[in-house]
Design a protein around this ligand. Sequence first.
Ligand code: C2G
Length: 129
Amino acid sequence: MKVITYGTFDLFHEGHVRLLRRAKALGDHLTVGVTTENYDDARGKLNVQQTLMERIKNVQDSGLADQVIIEEYEGQKVNDLQKYSIDVFAIGSDWAGKFDYLKDYCQVVYLERTEGISSTALRAANHGI
Ligand code: C2G
């Protein structure tokens, strides 16, 4: 079973690790899509601190991704599901319901988000707020 998940993974933290670990456990091959700065800007996700290459390296260093790809545009997910013959799309529960349209292409699983940690909180802490 081939699984895919996506994210920005800014300031890679335990919430990301736990998400990737559970996504990987849904199958035997995990593809992780990491968003570009341009795509994050376009979807209104501002203040990302790390570069695409730093964020990719952190995902790779977790040892949980069998393959890392770059997510660059709205609508890419449908293309990726077909291109990589994906069986399961997994994402955190903060997105519950938002990706149900992908059920036309594969199984969609929402994994419980880890409470108490977030990139936003880490960014604020870094700025001494
Ligand atoms: N996550 C989590 N627990 C946290 C923080 C994040 O489980 N405390 C999960 C999110 O639910 C997501 C993944 O970690 O599945 C990556 O989170 P982000 O880096 O915030 O990326 P996001 O904006 O959710 O990307 O195409 C991009 C994706 O649609 C979503």
